[in-house]
Design a protein. Structure first.
Length: 322
């Protein structure tokens, strides 16, 4: 049986149990903690005295639950910090690292359960965002990201100012569908009624965001999912620099060379060869992906735009420098 000496650790274990699921009976908690029902009641009162909002009901169907509080005691987070934590957990859940996904989603569920009511919808919406090859924290305003995520979830039309990669500004009014993060950069996938077509927007180029309170009927995405559509959009776009490689490896094996995903296209030419194409504004991005394929040791041929070819030669000569 636990003694008063065990009290701090027992309270932490009790709190963890209360956060791990919606409701526990007193007898279940007593069994898990190895104490009596009376001790559980006393420990619950101790948590309440520390401002943890533990509610309880009596009777055969009664039990204890951790309700939403004004803050997250004793760790107090402001709105942006709470949403930022949710973004990190959502990214970790999709990272592909063994054992991380379940723990991240469990932590995200606990976070949502104890947050103030005004924040729970935003955190839940961010948790639904899709992350592909996430690399580092996205450099966007977490508050803006939360509003976009909520509008995606609630099917609410949103208006904003947008700056293209060429620096041209415009006003947009779109039907937001999904947030996707690719290699550390967040994108919004939306349908633009004015252009009668789907569009992708880099979130860091969005400003003057304003939900309209007008809702829309969801449209069928012309792809299997948001991540696939984004990859196909990147592959079909025309940028300043480009590379084309013919690699003497199966297409699936080349895809495995990319640790954080690629926005290019990999097309099989046969059972043991494939073609890789990529276009980008920065030649440095092309170098990263070409290097990933070259590191496989397979034979290849390469065609590149002049500036990208020069950068590849420079990087290659520096790598072999004694």
């Amino acid at each position: 049986m636990s003694t008063r000496k065990d009290l701090p650790g027992r309270l932490l274990r009790l709190l963890a149990l209360l956060q791990s699921r919606r409701e526990w009976s007193g007898s279940e908690l007593a069994e898990r903690l190895g104490v009596t029902d009376r001790t559980v009641r006393r420990d619950v009162e101790r948590l309440r005295s520390l401002d943890y909002p533990v509610t309880g009901t009596t009777g055969t169907a009664g039990g204890y639950r951790l309700a939403s509080g004004k803050n997250v005691p004793p760790l107090v987070l402001d709105d942006d910090e709470a949403v930022a934590v949710a973004i990190g957990l959502a990214g970790a859940a999709a990272s592909g690292v063994s054992g991380i996904a379940d723990s991240s989603m469990s932590a995200l569920a606990k976070l949502e359960r104890v947050l103030p009511a005004r924040l729970r919808p935003s955190v839940a919406a961010v948790g639904a965002a899709e992350v592909v090859g996430r690399e580092g924290a996205p450099r966007v305003d977490p508050g803006l990201l939360a509003v976009l995520a909520a509008c995606c979830r609630d099917l609410e039309i949103v208006a904003f100012s947008y700056k293209s990669r060429r620096g041209d500004g415009s006003r947009r009014r779109v039907e937001p569908t999904q947030l996707v993060s690719v290699v550390g950069q967040w994108y919004l996938l939306a349908f633009d009624p004015e252009r009668d077509d789907w569009r992708t927007f880099r979130v860091d180029r969005i400003g003057e965001l304003a939900p309209t309170r007008h809702h829309f009927t969801p449209r069928e995405l012309p792809a299997a999912d948001a991540a696939t559509y984004l990859a196909e959009s990147f592959a079909g776009a025309s940028y300043r620099h480009s590379v084309r490689m013919v690699v003497q490896l199966p297409a699936d094996e080349v895809r495995r060379s990319f640790f954080h995903g690629s926005s290019g296209t990999i097309s099989p030419l046969g059972p043991d060869s494939c073609e890789y194409r990529l276009s980008a504004d920065s030649p440095g991005i092309l170098v990263q992906y070409v290097a990933a394929i070259v590191a496989s040791g397979a034979d290849y041929t390469l065609e590149a735009s002049p500036e990208a070819a020069e950068l590849l030669r420079t990087v290659g000569s520096r790598l072999v420098r004694p």
